[in-house]
Design a protein around this ligand. Sequence first.
Ligand SMILES: Cc1ncc(COP(=O)(O)O)c(C=O)c1O
Length: 387
Amino acid sequence: MDFLSKELEQLKIDSLYRSPQILESKQGTSAIINRRKYILLCSNDYLGLSNHPKLIEASLAAAQEYGTGSGASRLICGSLKIHAQLEQGVAIFKQTEDAIIFSSGYMANLGVISSLMNKGDLIIMDRLNHASLIDGARLSGAHLRVYPHQNMAILQKILSSSSIYRRRMIIAEGIFSMDGDIALLPEIVSLAKHYQAMVMVDDAHATGVLGKNGQGSAEYFGLKGRIDIQMGTFSKAIGGFGGFVAGKKVLIDYLKNTARSFIYSTSLPPSDAAVSLKGLEVIQTEAKWREMLWANADYLRQQIQKTGINTLNSTTQIIPVLTGSNENTLQMADYLYNHRIFAKGIRPPSVPKGKGRIRLSVMAAHTREELDYVASILADGSKNTTV
Ligand SMILES: Cc1ncc(COP(=O)(O)O)c(C=O)c1O
């Protein structure tokens, strides 16, 4: 196994080595690391719901009622009432006919894409799409074509020569996880209609965030009923764990019968399902978290932009601070860490080569003092490092 240490050594030389950082406290707008307090700016718990008393109570109550594990996969005996209630809750939330839940967002993407697409089909996706979407496309065996980020002209060009394929599917993220911009969904939907392609949107980062009621990108753009496959995850703004797909009844029925990551894996623990159900309720009844999140995101972005730092085209709670090379990215991440700010440096393959960045993710409960401090340290950091 010598090759493993050699490859790991090379990752270190290339500034691409990674290791998990252990948090010694729960995640709020700050966390304890190595017995010290850090401002946390890389959690996807955007609304702070994972510490909401109602969600914690739902988790405990479900464990008491159903036990801790679900015992089997959904099509054996792992379909509990709470799973059915969650699927119904998702369908109501997303305003679709039906929904299916998976054990994670990653598994939802693998399952839905590999189930619907096959050899002889064409998948067209944005260059910045998440690894789980790329992996789903690879697993499907369909031909994969990628268009430059948000470039509708190239998307159209690819579609215009796609009639030889049996099926076509366009896939984009509702809010792009690394750039923090919003997909051009109205344009994608109208191109799809013209060229008879399906549209799949991954709303992992848009669920709970976009739209008046937090229902995601379809609500935000007024595209109800016009997006074939709406995927999302419970693990970010909803404050829980698991993934889902919402759409027409026939789609959900098909997925339940063919999506291998649904069929061949034990279903979500009941407490996770209960947390997500409660999270959906809180998102729809407590708009203040979403309002605070947007106010904070706009504020931090403005403060950072005032210093001349490049935040790409972000308009959401995800704010990239472009650092470029792997070395610069690590240098800036270390600088922040030395000033008690925990925000990860993102390097390839999560982002294109040379487009390293600090990916800041704002939370509803960050205070203005915390955000001001972060903006000032970033400004100092860009002077005191090679960024
Ligand atoms: C865009 C996107 N899709 C899917 C996923 C996977 O979701 P989960 O964490 O629930 O597996 C993520 C999570 O990192 C994501 O950012």
